[in-house]
Design a protein around this ligand. Structure first.
Ligand SMILES: [Zn+2]
Length: 347
């Protein structure tokens, strides 16, 4: 299942590929009959909130998005959904999710026959996007969009996010922080990789109840997530390690090789076996202390942690001394997790 940064990239790809254009919409599979109602409408905007994608359509270009006639297609990819982009050269940053099926001479993409499972096809003047296998694909009005936003916790990638909603929800709960981070009603967009990595960076045991954390600790988690997820949204890759922690055991055959990421073929990108502190590194030595990383089930997904760095007993002291976000802040601004050599080459 894609994490929130990927859905934000999809929204950007849809804006870049179809924004302000009248588009053709159809449901080759036939299961999204409402697609016919929007056929010929203008794709006015696309936004992500957590793992939900909301594509705004207006009847014509003179209507501003947000006008009461605006309709929103809500898409949740779930485990199996994907978007496939095809079009003329330079059409949409198609590496968002799903590879472009056609990169041939101009015009070829127009003849691309949709897969029979295509729930929604959006076709513009420069290219098309096919949606297959989503968990949700439905049309909402403005009130429906509002309900989606209100139901979800704040999304660290949205400018309108209120981090205090996250702080309050966590501190009011006796549920483990490792479970709360996966609850989209508490914070939207965090998935299994960000959960494990952010807790390591905070030196927090995933099993600590939310109410045992100080407001400063919870705010620190948020403030650390924002630049990490922005980096992910910009590059399509999750990198949480600081450069000085990456090469400790580069020779070890890591299990993280099973985690495919955009940019894997890019020699300048941070290799995935160096990108994480704990995710899929169970039994391997911690990059900081050498203790074997552990794994266990939490919120129906496997969580990974270092039992020494993330011990309950020492967390308060370590928070003050070692919290990475605090180190980032020393320079006066959040710095990206130092993969500068690879960022620009991803397009
Ligand atoms: Zn450790």
């Amino acid at each position: 299942m894609p994490e929130g940064h990927t859905v934000h990239r999809l929204a950007a790809a849809l804006r870049a590929g179809f924004g302000s254009q009248a588009v053709r919409t159809s449901s080759p599979q036939g299961r999204f009959s409402d697609a016919a109602e929007l056929d010929g409408w203008v794709l006015a905007d696309a936004e992500a909130v957590g793992k939900q994608l909301l594509i705004a359509f207006t009847p014509d270009a003179s209507v501003a998005p947000g006008d009461p006639v605006t309709r929103y297609v809500r898409v949740h990819l779930g485990l199996y959904g994907s978007w496939t982009f095809a079009g003329e050269e330079g059409f949409a940053p198609a590496h968002a999710i799903g590879a472009p099926r056609v990169q041939g001479p101009e015009g070829d993409w127009r003849r691309l026959v949709p897969r029979p499972t295509t729930r929604l096809r959006i076709q513009g003047s420069q290219g098309l996007a096919d949606l297959t296998g989503p968990t949700a694909c439905e049309v909402l009005d403005g009130a429906g969009r509002r309900r989606v936003l209100d139901r979800l916790g704040p999304d660290p990638l949205r400018a309108d996010a209120d981090p205090e909603r996250f702080v309050e929800r966590v501190r009011a709960s006796r549920t483990a922080i490792g479970v709360l981070l996966m609850n989209q009603d508490v914070i939207a967009g965090v998935g299994n990789i960000y959960r494990a990595e952010i807790l390591f960076r905070a030196r927090l045991d995933p099993a600590v109840p939310g109410r045992d954390l100080t407001a400063g600790m919870v705010r620190g988690i948020w403030e650390d997530l924002v630049p990490l997820m922005r980096y992910g949204a910009r590059t399509g890759r999750i990198v949480t390690t600081q450069p000085e922690h990456r090469r400790l055991e580069a020779r070890i055959l890591e299990r993280s090789r099973g985690t495919l990421q955009n940019g894997d073929g890019d020699p300048a990108a941070v290799p995935r076996e160096e990108s994480f502190y704990v995710y899929h590194r169970q039994t391997l030595p911690c990059r900081l202390c050498g203790t074997a990383i552990r794994s266990g089930d939490m919120a129906a997904r496997t969580v990974f942690w270092c039992p020494r760095c993330q011990s309950v007993r020492s967390r308060r002291a370590r928070w003050t001394l070692e919290h990475p976000a605090a180190a980032w802040a020393e320079s006066g601004e959040h710095r990206e997790p130092a993969a500068a050599t690879s960022e620009e080459s991803d397009g």
